[in-house]
Design a protein around this ligand. Structure first.
Ligand code: ADP
Length: 423
């Protein structure tokens, strides 16, 4: 059997995550991250067969960091490859596909040009991601590359869910609408929970609470995303680590006026100093806030209350949007680990058939397991924890995209009857 290796890449502004996956067995061979690129304390955390090492070297820019990742993959002690040709393809997580890129896409000059156009839709995230692709293409010119878009899964939303009630021409002229993000995670988790429950994915009504540093809620009906809490940008929806989530837009102008700030300054505050950090004044790290709340810190407790209340409201809205609910799923760092937060979110929703089992909820998801049921046995709605695995989803979709592309090429090369007649 040929071993199919996919390298899954997530390029951020100052970090690059990499995961080498054996696609048939879904096994992760190597995972790592280069962090604080360009800073004096830049480092690479590299994990081979569960053993983590930290390297400190010159990671001055993205190109140097990507070269270092490639060198490490090929290293006789720390790597798993003899030659780069052992990598079947590289899959890149891309923040925004706009309206026209909603399938995992094999990257060529024309798709890369489209991605450059989409930089305007996600100026904080797209430039590094596009740059990452350019560097990988330069350093691995013979390896196929695929873009997997974070917005793609949500492209099935109906217009009433994705349109904002602003002049329609802004949608037509500038593409201003809800796109939604975390699509790769929502897709992975909704498919995984259907398999876990042994139910057909295309016949379920699922709400996924992806709660991490960035958080979003998605409604998935019969296999399609029908609504999600993040919008035109990842700033909207529920409160996050440092992002504000939904607010009255008029607040922006008032803060500018009262504080004498420019729009970019206020946008920065809403992105980097709000959410759990802004409310609690303690941290963006939910674990720290939980500890302080348990120790009686009122602001910490209030921050958790605001988060849980907003998530609860989205759940109620999406039950209404889907006319019911079969399964409520928690994922992401907080969703998978935060028992107290899950408990507060689910409290008082028994009229919807949501009944969390406290004993099951308080037992951590075992390391070797990736899904768990935490609802009461007789409850109408199944509540599950599912460990998200965006890297694996990117790997699988990358493989599929290459296979479909090859099959498409084979079909176009098939001789038609007129060719046969010429013999
Ligand atoms: P990102 O959006 O950056 O991928 P993660 O999904 O890794 O973020 O989630 C990070 C969040 O998960 C942090 O706020 C962290 O405090 C939280 N978290 C991790 N473990 C726990 C825990 N045991 N209880 C509550 N929150 C947790």
């Amino acid at each position: 059997m040929t071993i199919l290796l996919i390298l899954s890449i997530n390029t951020g502004s100052s970090s690059i995550k990499y995961t080498l996956i054996e696609i048939e067995t879904e096994q992760v061979l190597i995972r790592g991250i280069v962090e604080n690129i360009g800073a004096a304390d830049a480092s690479m955390k590299h994990c081979l067969k569960g053993k983590e090492e930290v390297f400190h070297a010159q990671y001055s820019n993205h190109e140097q960091s990507i070269q270092a990742i490639i060198n490490t993959l090929l290293d006789t002690r720390h790597g798993a490859l003899k030659d780069l040709s052992e990598i079947f393809a590289v899959g890149h997580r891309i923040a925004h596909g706009g309206e026209d890129m909603f399938q995992p896409t094999v990257i060529d000059e024309s798709t890369l040009a489209k991605m450059r156009e989409n930089i305007r839709l996600a100026p904080l995230h797209m430039p590094h991601m596009v740059r990452g692709i350019e560097i990988f293409r330069k350093l691995m010119p013979l390896t196929p590359m695929v873009a997997v878009f974070d917005t793609a899964f949500h492209q099935t939303m109906p217009p009433e869910a994705y349109l904002y009630a602003i002049p329609y021409e802004y949608y037509l002229k500038y593409g201003i609408r809800r796109y939604g993000f975390h699509g790769t995670s929502h897709r992975y988790v909704s498919e995984r929970v259907a398999r876990f429950l042994d139910q057909p994915f295309d016949q379920l009504k699922i709400i996924i609470c992806h709660l991490g540093n960035g958080s979003s809620i998605a409604a998935v009906k019969n296999g399609n995303s029908v609504d999600t809490s993040m919008g035109f940008t990842p700033l909207s929806g529920v409160p996050m680590g440092t992002r504000c989530g939904d607010i009255d837009v008029a607040i922006v102008g008032r803060i500018m006026e009262y504080e004498g700030l420019s729009f970019p300054q206020v946008e920065k505050i809403l992105t980097n100093q709000s959410g759990l950090l802004g409310l609690s004044g303690i941290s963006n790290d939910c674990r720290e806030i939980e500890i302080q709340a348990i120790n009686g810190n009122a602001r910490a407790n209030m921050a958790i209350d605001v988060l849980c209340y907003q998530v609860k409201k989205y759940i109620g809205a999406y039950v209404a949007a889907m006319n019911g609910l079969d399964c409520l799923v928690f994922t992401g760092g907080i969703g998978e680990n935060g028992a107290m937060i899950r408990e507060r979110i689910c409290a008082g929703m028994d009229y919807l058939g949501i009944q969390l089992n406290s004993d099951k909820n308080n037992v951590r998801l075992e390391r070797e397991k990736d899904a768990k049921l935490i609802s009461n046995e007789d409850a109408r709605v199944r509540i599950c924890i599912v460990r998200t695995n965006e890297e694996l989803m990117i790997g699988k979709q990358t493989y599929e995209a290459i296979r479909n592309d090859v099959m498409k090429d084979d079909r176009t090369m098939e001789p038609d009857s007129s060719d046969c007649a010429s013999f």
